[in-house]
Design a protein around this ligand. Sequence first.
Ligand code: TA6
Length: 276
Amino acid sequence: MHEQGGAGNGDDAVMLVHPTGATARITHHGAHVVSWMDASGQERLYLSGRARYGPGQSIRGGIPVVFPQFATGPLPKHGFLRTRRWLLVAHLGSSATFQIRDDEQTRALWPYPFLAELTVDLSEMLTVSLTITNSGDSPFSFTAALHNYFAVTDVQLAVVQGLSGLVYVDKVAGGTRCVEEAAELHLRAETDRIYTSGPRQVTISSAIGSSSTVIGADGFGDWVVWNPWRELAAALADMEPEDYLGMLCVEAARISAPVVLNPGATWRGTEVIGAT
Ligand code: TA6
């Protein structure tokens, strides 16, 4: 099924359907996974009712693709792929692949030829794979992330497991480096952390009721945990103030050791998300 519609409301999207009953929806804008329903029909991703879908805007929720710069720096925040339209190059049943290349606008910001590809495979799990190829003749380096916004019944009940003992950068505390002493992470306030050199799997237990969301990652190496909490959420124009309670970002990211890509070389980062 391939829906075409207006570009400004997220209707311009591809629907994936799996025989288990699971579904996923990906907009051409940003190659952005905006919905993933598990086989029981439960939505596992958060998507803001106030999300914006127009050119140049980033969709609040789902899985934004971050490249070639995570967070702030010389480029637009989180880079420029999440705010641009991608091309659908393959769509078969429960799999879809989108591509985007450099153009005049991206080269004005970042002077490198590249090809980015995002493949989404729906099975019992949701697999999202980001591939970057250096199609120019000089090396470049980049940071990247799959900025997952997970749906949670109540962020105060959700527990993040798998990060114990890791070094993290606490952005809420001005970039302080800390060691995660807690066996598991319980969020009670604004949280914005980059956990470096993390494990390949992180679990959000009690994500939806008593069920867990499990995220496995390959090729990324870092994890980001973010929730804006009450005050910051209220300041975001594209989010309902109380929505912070129903979302939790746990992101597969490549930040602490940027990828350096030689001409012709390819990097791939993959995440596999499951519900238990
Ligand atoms: O990944 C966490 C983060 O970098 C936070 O600092 C927060 O700003 C969030 O991303 C959302 O950023 P956005 O530009 O989408 O509002």
